[in-house]
Design a protein around this ligand. Structure first.
Ligand code: SAM
Ligand code: DTB
Ligand code: SF4
Length: 358
């Protein structure tokens, strides 16, 4: 139960985890979580859509596909200066990673050049960088790595069996090829999927088995609940049973013990209690900030209040310890009225993450 790292999961074994009594599943997920992670720390990433809308792909969940009328305005590439300002604001609010998303099937040369410049700007602020730009060639993955990119997000989205119901313009194998290119370039992999598109529990198990059976587990696993955007083919999907969503998080935690499991899209409509169950099930990362790419996310005040009530602290990645060292002249202290660290929820009495990381 300590959370052995395996790459040989049978779908039936993963399905059996989903079928456990809820308390047994939660106990196993918590035990695995505590064997590999700090139990009360959550990593925070902020998203920015650097190029919105008019995407040629037909992903049935996506408001940015040119094929569906979702009322979204097509936008040009966001200027570098605006990217820097957004990243600085995200950092000031407490995010440690800045994720740039573009509605492309795959980037062209000029697109990669522009993103390289963005990565350099964001890195210079002392944040981790992530990008999600569609399919990549090995050469493009290397170029992004050389620019200083830390993570690349590319989701499998669902099971190989259900995939054809959701996307027809690229294959599951295309996705796996991009993931190999990203991994081979030495980038950290961020790869997960969506719950609530009409898939079965077996599909959820099969998606998680696919992720867990990759040669190396993704460092980051975003579990999204479908945001039902009017105009998309999936707008009329049924609600996800909240316990089934928590189960998906718990099973992801068990089969990928070392990964950061991110409670991703869909949080805006989740109660604080449901989110807390997700953290108990092993979620230890969130998208933080009022907007995802084109849809809403809980506002910063609500998230800070929730994290404070739960005694959760923001996770500072070891690689950013140098940033925390900017505070190194200070003595370690606890949060209180005098603490000016905007990046930590000010729960009086909690050790300040900025100085603890030294
Ligand atoms: N165009 C790139 C691609 O598809 O790889 C990058 C951006 S795309 C918006 C990134 C991911 O966001 C998708 O793979 C999907 O998992 C997630 N996503 C998009 N729309 C969503 C929605 N309505 N609800 C939940 N997740 C969504
Ligand atoms: C991921 O798995 N979820 C994020 C991120 N990776 C890029 C995107 C969620 C998008 C939700 C719909 C929208 O805001 O457009
Ligand atoms: Fe395009 Fe990505 Fe949306 Fe698919 S998910 S339509 S590839 S932006």
């Amino acid at each position: 139960m300590g959370g052995i790292v395996r790459h040989d999961w049978q779908v039936s074994e993963v399905e059996a985890l989903f079928a456990l009594p809820f308390a047994d599943l939660m106990f196993q997920a918590q035990s695995t979580h505590r064997a590999h992670h700090s139990p009360n720390a959550v990593q925070m990433s902020t998203l920015l859509s650097i190029k919105t809308g008019a995407c040629p792909e037909d992903c049935a969940y996506c408001p940015q596909s040119v094929r569906y009328d979702t009322g979204l305005e097509r936008e040009r590439l966001v200027p570098l200066d605006e990217v820097r300002k957004s990243a600085q604001a995200a950092k000031d609010a407490g995010a440690t990673r800045f994720c740039m998303g573009a509605a492309w099937r795959s980037p062209k040369k000029k697109d990669v050049d522009a993103v390289v410049a963005m990565i350099r700007e964001v890195r210079a602020l002392g944040m981790e960088t992530c990008a999600t730009l569609g399919m990549l060639t090995p050469a493009q993955a290397h170029e992004l790595k050389d620019a200083g990119l830390d993570y690349y997000n590319h989701n499998v989205d669902t099971s190989p069996e259900f995939y054809g119901e959701i996307i027809t313009t690229r294959t599951y194998q295309d996705r796996l090829d991009t993931l190999s290119a990203v991994r081979d370039a030495g980038l950290n992999v961020c790869c997960g999927g969506i719950v609530g598109m009409g898939e079965t529990t077996r599909d959820r198990a099969s998606m998680l088995a696919t992720l867990a059976n990759l040669p190396q587990h993704p460092e980051s696993v975003p579990i999204n609940q479908l945001v039902r955007v009017p105009g998309t083919p999936l707008a009329g999907q049924k609600d996800v049973d909240p316990f089934d969503f928590v189960r998906t998080i718990a099973v992801a935690r068990i089969v990928m013990p070392k990964a950061f499991v991110r409670l991703s899209a869909g949080r805006e409509v989740m109660s604080d209690e449901l989110q807390s169950l997700c953290f108990l099930a092993g979620a230890n990362s969130i998208f933080y900030g009022e907007k995802l790419l084109t849809t809403g996310n809980p506002d910063v005040a609500r998230d800070r209040a929730l994290l404070t009530r739960l005694g959760i602290e923001p996770f500072t990645p070891p690689g950013l310890a140098a940033v925390a060292d900017a505070h190194a002249h200070e003595e370690p202290h606890v949060h209180g009225p005098g603490c000016s660290h905007a990046h930590a929820p000010a729960r009086p009495g909690a050790a300040c993450n900025a100085t603890r990381q030294r």
